[in-house]
Design a protein. Structure first.
Length: 288
């Protein structure tokens, strides 16, 4: 590398006919060389330079654009945003930082999900999932550390799994915010008995006593008690109000409890569901 008047000329990294990268910003070249020197060995450094140097010929040097961003959007449209200067200043302040510290300087709130993934939030919004690699890791190669997946595939799988889990949790919670979803599953027989009592109220009935019997009837019943109720209702020795009074007495003496609606849960947004931990279930390995 040669420096002149704030610009850099680089040649390399290897081969008989070294490619020349001319008129490069000296700061960009310095950071590129520093990143190469931090690689664990010569082979990793050559691999890094071989991937990074071609980006110096683009209008976004240092960015490996491999399906993550639209380069035209970054170069032409993003600088027109009203908050571009604010983000540019934040990016300049992050130069030289690495790992979680880099993410924090860029303005993210970083929450550790597991040993390899970080949830990135802006305010209360979940924005991205970050997988931080060691210098010896390749983003595209599968390793045992990531369950024989590449880091990219691992991150996409983890993000997809969390989105599905969060959606399921949110849906299950919201069911219990609507009283219509918390009503008991009343058997048809219980409904017929309750209708019979309402249509044949005893002349000397106690309103509280009848309401209590109806509340018990309009609750889930065990199968054994349902069979008893069927026998009571089928008895033909009594009819009308007398039969209704008999049914009220037997229902109240059954020991079954009336239905009480559980407290409603407050409505929430999906962003209110946060990850505490992951738990995996694996088959038991055969012994011997």
């Amino acid at each position: 590398m040669a420096l002149y008047a704030g610009k850099a000329w680089l040649a390399g990294p290897s081969g008989e006919h070294l490619p020349i990268h001319a008129d490069i910003d000296a700061g960009v070249a310095e950071r590129l060389c520093a990143a190469a020197l931090r690689q664990p060995d010569r082979h990793a450094a050559l691999l890094f330079l071989g991937q990074a140097l071609p980006s110096l010929e683009t209008r976004a040097p240092g960015l490996r654009n491999e399906g993550l961003f639209a380069l035209h959007e970054l170069i032409e449209d993003a600088p027109r945003r009203h908050d571009w200067q604010e983000h540019a200043a934040r990016a300049r302040a992050a130069v030289g930082a690495e790992g979680p510290e880099l993410l924090k300087r860029l303005g993210f709130t970083v929450t550790r999900l597991d040993n390899m993934t970080q949830l990135l939030k802006g305010g209360d919004r979940r924005l991205a999932l970050a997988v931080l690699l060691d210098r010896s890791d390749s983003p595209e190669a599968g390793t045992a550390k990531f369950g024989n997946l590449s880091p990219v595939t691992y991150a996409l799988t983890k993000a997809d799994a969390w989105d599905k889990a969060r959606d399921d949790i949110h849906a299950a919670w919201m069911v219990e915010t609507d009283p219509a979803n918390l009503q008991p599953n009343v058997r048809p027989l219980n409904g017929r008995v309750a209708d019979f009592i309402r249509a044949n109220l005893p002349p000397d009935h106690d309103g509280t006593t009848v309401r209590e019997a109806l509340d018990i009837l309009e609750a889930p019943w065990p199968r054994r008690d349902e069979l008893l109720l069927r026998d009571w209702f089928a008895e033909d020795e009594m009819a009308g109000a007398a039969k209704a009074q008999m049914l009220v007495g037997r229902v109240r003496a059954s020991g079954l409890a009336p239905f009480r609606q559980p407290p409603l849960l407050p409505p929430i947004e999906k962003e209110d569901v946060t990850l505490v931990c992951w738990m995996g279930i694996a088959p038991v390995q055969a012994i011997g």
